[in-house]
Write a protein that binds this ligand. Structure first.
Ligand code: DGL
Length: 260
């Protein structure tokens, strides 16, 4: 089976990283739309158009299913995508439901892009799962820019996190939702300012579980396999240097999934 996974950049690698663990014998196409990153600061019509082009690219390569490994693109475009294409399309939304179910005894803080935070999809999600108004949101667009520049910690990142958290009473929270796939790389950096008793929650596992369900599969054992992935950067095959950067991201993702 051939699966297309896309994001505006390296964020969606966190989803591919997980998918490879449970679908070791499948083919993947990873599309990083780096010419258009960040999505989360663009007008909705622009994102819709961009996502249409990415879908065309993937469908032309005969993928059997598409994972939108991007909360922002899902928020804006998933409906149109499902109307326009007749194949399984798996989207992502901030894992607020999971956070409320697993950590009901405190407030939930959601970090996402400005587009996701403002979107109707987020509004409807909160209407469904946050009837008691225990969820607050902070846009963190600069983390996407940092990640794409290969900066995952350090003074600049810490200053930005501090600035964005100003006025937030962290004592009130028990969970923090990483509502943008780029944010997984910052678990370690965030931990410097987010107390241990606040759990990080993300939608990666849930998204891959949904992919398995949609394509009628069960998790397989990846221990013996070599991943079969083609990487594209906005439509052109990734250069060896870009593939090297991608491999650095996997090391980082291994690190954050082990330690946090
Ligand atoms: N990684 C994306 C998300 O999950 C979007 C980042 C961006 O391009 O702004 O929302």
């Amino acid at each position: 089976m051939k699966i297309g996974i896309f994001d505006s950049g390296i964020g969606g690698l966190s989803v591919l990283h997980r998918a490879l663990q449970v679908m070791p014998d499948d083919e993947f196409i990873y599309y990083a739309d780096t010419d258009n990153v960040p999505y989360g600061e663009k007008p909705r019509e622009v994102i819709l158009n961009i996502v249409g082009n990415v879908m065309e690219f993937l469908v032309e390569r005969n993928v059997d299913a598409v994972v939108v490994a991007c909360n922002t693109a899902t928020s804006v475009a998933i409906k149109a995508m499902r109307e326009n294409y007749d194949l399984p399309i798996i989207g992502m939304e901030p894992a607020v439901k999971k956070a409320r179910e697993e950590y009901p005894e405190g407030r939930t803080l959601v970090m996402a892009t400005p587009v996701t935070v403002r979107g109707d999809k987020m509004k409807y999600l909160l209407e469904r799962v946050d009837s008691e108004h225990l969820v607050d949101m902070i846009p963190m667009p600069k983390l996407v820019r940092f990640a794409e520049s290969g900066i995952f910690d350090g003074n600049e990142v810490q200053d930005y996190i501090r600035e964005q958290l100003k006025g937030t009473d962290l004592d009130a929270y028990t969970s923090l939702v990483l509502g943008c796939t780029h944010f997984n790389y910052f678990k370690k950096a965030l931990r410097c300012q987010i107390p241990e008793r606040i759990a990080f929650v993300d939608g990666i596992e849930g998204t891959v579980a949904q992919l398995l369900r949609k394509v009628g599969r069960t998790p397989a054992d990846a221990s013996e396999s070599t991943p079969n992935v083609e990487y594209y950067y906005s439509g052109r095959p990734a250069t060896p240097k870009e593939v090297e950067q991608i491999n650095t991201c996997y090391v980082k993702l291994d690190e954050v999934s082990r330690d946090h």
